[in-house]
Each structure stands twice: as structure tokens, then as C-alpha cells.
Design a binder for this molecule. Structure first.
Ligand code: MLT
Length: 411
């Protein structure tokens, strides 16, 4: 009989969002009338239709695939040149950040890249994650055997958790101890916090001093509204030597169902072998894609490239304004209901202190039962998330307004 990967057995519970979905399903089965009023502000999944620029480009690409003269089979494993150069130019070089076309690797999304990246990193790395945290960073490391067993509070032995709390405005400072790999996410999921240039510079200094690698998840960069907040880790001098950036078209172009994202892997980024030899990670990442994947389909890559056209950019602006309009409505409604609220200014997530000392799952139950609104319990994101809940602004305007009305009941 074959052996299984026992690391999977360490995983404490189901993945957070399927777990939320399971509890919601149970509630709906038991309460069919209430289920008709249900509004989902749980998972951060977009609700608005795709930008027409992307739709037109994907349709045209499908038509090309239907003619012998323009048909395409396998594409380059790292992504088509037309998309890699468009990304490097618009997201980086136009903002005075030196990133070469071949430092962009197109993928099926940044959640996926969070897992894939561990293929090229050693199992010896000491890993630090924020707490609360996007659960994928933790679970992929547990699956890869980079942690010990789960502890009674749901955290894992062997990982270093960086508390993100009110006192540090949910932005962790570098630890005193040494780690090799640090996950950072700004604008943050789940707290909606953003890091200043000074805070990110301290992380780059730490990484240089400790020869650590920063895995910087910038999936929500399009939501930054304050002009002085960095949108990319590569805005910080020195980051090219210590950071990988993960980006996505899910939350700007609404591609959660289409699937496309990318990593930026600078060629100057080094890691070490067990014997102490320093080697670039870029060729390993290139090789990983060549061997394990064939990138993303041609029509999807055409759709992603169309998001950078003048029309595409304008349509993204409309989407972001829509979701951030929801964020403002929800943020204000939560505050008026007497709760303490964070985030929702540079991010589509609102992070709320639970009232009356409720645990976050108790608050989840109360919101579901009394308001028929689904939120995400903060404890699902880590021990420091206990006593908080997250409200997602990804919704129709009508639903955001209705949630605001229902919250009045909680005043
Ligand atoms: C979330 O709700 O945290 C996100 O939608 C999850 C994701 O992007 O994978």
C-alpha cells in the first residue's frame, strides 16, 4: 500500500472558507425562510461582471483558436511574452521600478503561487507568518512538512507567528530572532491594514541583515487609496535582493473565476544550499514552471493583458470604486452599530472587534441567526483573530446597503 503525506493529517480543521460554507449550509437547511434573506459578506469573492475589455479580448482569442492560421497549442510555460512585458512595463517600469519582462511568471492566481513557491525553497527554512493570516500561507507550509503538530490554540509548532494587533495597527515589526522566510500581505487580508514605506523598509533591512526572503502578497494593491502607501515591495530600495512579489487579477479585474495572477521573481534574488553556496532562485522557478505546468490558457492571458488597455484600466477603476463604496457603507454602518472598526479604507475588508466579549464564532452565529448575514470569524485567521470578525465589501451595492440597514438592529 502506498504511503500518504502525513503532514496533511496535522491540518487542524477544514480550510476556513469551506468550513464557513458548511455552517451556512446547515443553517439554511434548518431555516429555509431565513436562507432566502441571506447575504454573504464572508469569502472575498467578487460579484460584479468582468470588464468588457477582458471579455472582448478573450472572445477574440477564442476565435483565433478556431482558425487554423491563428490556432495556438502549448504556450510558453512562464506565460506569453505579450502579457509578461505588459505587466513589467505598466505595473513596474512605468512606476520607476526596474523589473525585466522575464522576471514576471504568469500563473493561475496568487493563492496557487503561495503553494507552488515552496517547491523551490528548502525544508530547513524557519518560517514567519503574520497572525491573523491568510490561511493559505500556514496550511501550505504544514502540508510541505515545515511545521510541527498543531497546538491547542490552533497554531503550529515550528512556525513563528507575528502578532498583528491594535497596538501595532495590525502591521508587525520584524522579530528579534532569526527567520529565513517571511510572509507579508499588504493591503492586508484579513485586517485591511496597510504598511508605510518606513515599515516596509524595516522589513527589507531585516531581510538583508538575516539573509531572509520576503514573500510579499500584493493581491489587493489596486485598493490602495492613500498616495504615500507603497503598492509594491519593490518600491523599497534593496527589495530586489530579498523579495518575491505575488500579484493577482482576481481582485482588480474580477478574475476569481477566470484565474490569472503572477509572481515577480528578481534575477538578483539568492538563496543558499545546505553547503552554504549562494545561488539565484530565478532559474529554479523557471524550471519549476517548465516541468510542472503549461501556464494559463491563451484566451485568459489575452483577457489579462486587456486589463492594461486604457478601457481596461478605466473599467477596473469603476470596479474598485464600486467595492470601496461598499466598504465605506459597511464601515460606517458597523461603527454606527457601536462596534470598533478597522480597515476598509485601502482594502476591501473591514476588521471589526466583536461586541460584548463574544468570540468570533459566536459573532458569526449571531450575525447569521439575527441578521442573516455571513461574515468570516477572525479566529479562522489565527489566534490573534479571536475577538474579531471580517466583513467583505465584495458585493452588490444593494446588498451592502441592506446589510447596513440590518446592522441598525444591532445598535
Ligand atoms: C478571502 O476571502 O480571504 C479570499 O477570497 C481568499 C482568496 O482570495 O483566496
Amino acid at each position: 500500500m502506498a504511503y500518504l503525506n502525513e503532514n496533511y493529517l496535522k491540518l487542524e480543521a477544514g480550510y476556513l472558507f469551506p468550513e464557513v460554507a458548511r455552517r451556512v449550509r446547515e443553517f439554511c437547511e434548518a431555516n429555509p425562510e431565513a436562507s432566502k434573506r441571506l447575504i454573504r459578506c464572508g469569502i472575498g469573492d467578487v460579484t460584479e461582471p468582468l470588464p468588457s475589455a477582458a471579455i472582448d479580448a478573450m472572445k477574440q482569442a477564442i476565435d483565433e483558436m478556431g482558425k487554423r492560421e491563428t490556432f495556438r497549442g502549448y504556450g510558453p510555460e512562464q506565460g506569453y511574452e505579450f502579457l509578461r512585458s505588459t505587466i513589467a512595463q505598466h505595473d513596474y517600469r512605468d512606476r520607476n521600478i526596474e523589473i525585466a519582462d522575464d522576471e514576471i511568471f504568469v500563473s493561475d492566481g496568487s493563492k496557487c503561487d503561495c503553494g507552488y513557491i515552496l517547491d523551490i525553497l528548502g525544508d530547513q527554512n524557519k518560517v514567519a507568518v503574520p497572525d491573523p493570516v491568510y490561511p493559505v500561507y500556514v496550511d501550505t507550509n504544514v502540508m510541505a512538512g515545515h511545521s510541527g503538530p498543531v497546538k491547542s490554540d490552533g497554531s503550529y509548532e515550528g512556525l513563528l507567528y507575528l502578532p498583528c494587533i491594535v497596538d501595532n495597527v495590525f502591521v508587525p515589526e520584524p522579530p528579534r530572532e532569526h527567520v529565513d522566510l517571511v510572509y507579508l500581505c499588504f493591503p492586508n487580508n484579513p485586517t485591511g491594514a496597510v504598511a508605510s514605506r518606513e515599515q516596509l523598509s524595516r522589513w527589507v533591512d531585516y531581510a538583508q541583515e538575516h539573509e531572509a526572503l520576503l514573500l510579499y502578497d500584493a493581491a489587493y494593491e489596486a485598493y490602495v487609496s492613500q498616495p504615500n502607501i507603497p503598492r509594491s515591495i519593490f518600491e523599497i530600495p534593496g527589495a530586489r535582493d530579498c523579495a518575491v512579489e505575488l500579484r493577482s487579477f482576481s481582485k482588480n479585474g474580477g478574475f476569481t473565476g477566470v484565474r490569472c495572477g503572477f509572481t515577480v521573481m528578481p534575477k538578483s534574488l539568492l538563496a543558499r544550499t545546505e553547503s552554504g553556496k549562494r545561488m539565484p532562485l530565478h532559474p529554479l522557478w523557471h524550471r519549476r514552471w517548465s516541468t510542472k505546468a503549461n501556464s494559463v490558457s491563451y484566451p485568459v492571458q489575452r483577457g489579462a493583458a486587456a486589463l492594461y488597455t486604457p478601457e481596461g484600466r478605466q473599467q477596473i477603476r469603476v470596479l474598485i470604486d464600486h467595492y470601496m463604496g461598499n466598504a465605506k457603507i459597511l464601515r460606517e454602518a458597523v461603527a454606527e452599530a457601536g462596534m470598533t472598526v478597522f480597515g476598509g479604507v485601502n482594502a476591501p475588508y473591514i476588521w471589526v472587534k466583536t461586541p460584548d466579549g463574544l468570540t468570533s464564532w459566536q459573532m458569526f452565529d449571531r450575525m447569521l441567526r439575527d441578521l442573516n448575514v455571513v461574515i468570516t470569524p477572525g479566529a479562522g485567521f489565527g489566534t490573534q483573530g479571536e475577538g474579531y470578525f471580517r466583513v467583505s465589501a465584495f458585493n452588490s451595492r444593494e446588498n451592502a446597503q441592506e446589510v447596513a440597514r440590518r446592522l441598525e438592529k444591532m445598535r
